[in-house]
Design a binder for this molecule. Structure first.
Ligand code: PHE
Length: 332
């Protein structure tokens, strides 16, 4: 009997060492600890042990029962604890989102220009914000005392003997492009411009324009109209219905026009000024060393904030620059 108990002890020890789940622990209990289990079985046969052996074998048996029960309790406790620990981490709970920034609405609008005109074959170029009088005015066919210069309220840089100024429009980029690239050329130039203007809900002293320029043989007014209409159709995803080209004047285009779009929003319909446009003036082509007998071109300059106001249904331009996250988040 001593050997039998010894064998059972070894079996129990080995089985206990392998238990990792509560199912395995339960199987162990059913095999050894219940009324018809192995321990009860040996205990039942204890009465047949010769009286002289009873003290020793009884002690051996008690120790085994105690050992099995204690280890069983310990394992049960530790399995419960680890189960509780694993359920306290609920992987199905929604996480906490870290705050995420987005592109500013003006950047988004410029991205739209780049995307749509990119699909028309226009490249993107850049120009300096500090310009000189020549690129901002002279080369664009503003005569020295031309009254058109008064149209621009210019910030001149103090103490500069080179007639430096903050560009009043992105059109000087036309000059730089035509003087460095040979036609055919197709570019848009997004950028910041400056005007010495009183700030109100539709005017800022600092704002964005996107200049467009296309110079090639046989570029016509029809190309200009078709290009601008295709652009707004794409930009407003077909929500615009009517366009109009209003005769206008710029020294650097002839003929010149303002491009308006009839926009239907939540507040009904309204004509919105997108910007100026026209056929590049022959004098401007000549100033850049391009033969106006051989080449023609069109140009346009759109106000970015205006378009963004239109797109988001905003009537105060200053909202874009107050950097109120509640506003920016809505426009993202
Ligand atoms: N530069 C003009 C403005 O700022 C817009 C314009 C650009 C007009 C190109 C014609 C051609 O008002």
């Amino acid at each position: 009997m001593t050997e039998e108990i010894e064998r059972l002890r070894r079996d129990i020890e080995n089985e206990l060492a392998d238990i990792a789940t509560s199912e395995e622990l339960e199987a162990f209990r059913l095999k050894h600890l219940v009324k018809k289990g192995s321990l009860a079985d040996v205990t039942k046969r204890f009465k047949d042990v010769p009286p002289a052996d009873k003290p020793a074998i009884g002690k051996q048996l008690n120790e085994l029962r105690q050992f099995a029960n204690t280890r069983f309790q310990e394992l049960q406790n530790s399995l419960q604890v680890s189960k509780a620990a694993s359920t306290s981490l609920d992987l199905s709970l929604a996480g906490r989102k870290p705050p995420l920034g987005t592109a500013h609405p003006i950047s988004q609008m410029i991205d739209e220009f780049v995307r749509i005109f990119g699909s028309f074959g226009f490249d993107v170029a850049d120009g300096p914000e500090i310009e000189d009088d020549y690129h901002n005015f002279d080369a664009l066919n503003f005569a020295p005392n031309h009254p058109a210069r008064d149209m621009q309220d210019t910030f001149f840089l103090a103490d500069s003997d080179e007639n430096l100024l903050l560009r009043t429009h992105t059109s000087p980029a036309q000059i730089r492009l035509m003087r460095t690239c040979k036609p055919p050329l197709r570019f848009i130039v997004p950028g910041r411009v400056y005007r010495n203007e009183a700030i109100d809900s539709t005017h800022l002293a600092e704002f964005y324009q996107v200049e467009g320029l296309y110079v090639d043989r046989n570029v016509s007014l029809a190309d200009l109209k078709g290009t601008l209409i295709a652009f707004v159709e794409e930009l407003f995803e077909g929500r615009t219905t009517k366009y109009r080209f209003r005769p206008s004047f710029f020294p650097f285009t002839e003929p010149s026009a303002e491009f308006d779009v009839l926009f239907s929003g939540s507040k009904g319909e309204a004509w919105l000024e997108m910007g100026g446009c026209g056929m590049v003036h022959p004098n401007v082509l000549q100033n850049c060393g391009i033969d106006p007998e051989e080449y023609t071109g069109f140009a346009f300059g759109f106000g970015v904030e205006r378009l963004a106001m239109l797109k988001h249904g905003i009537d105060n331009i200053r909202l874009f620059y107050e950097n109120d996250v509640r506003v920016l988040r809505q426009l993202s």
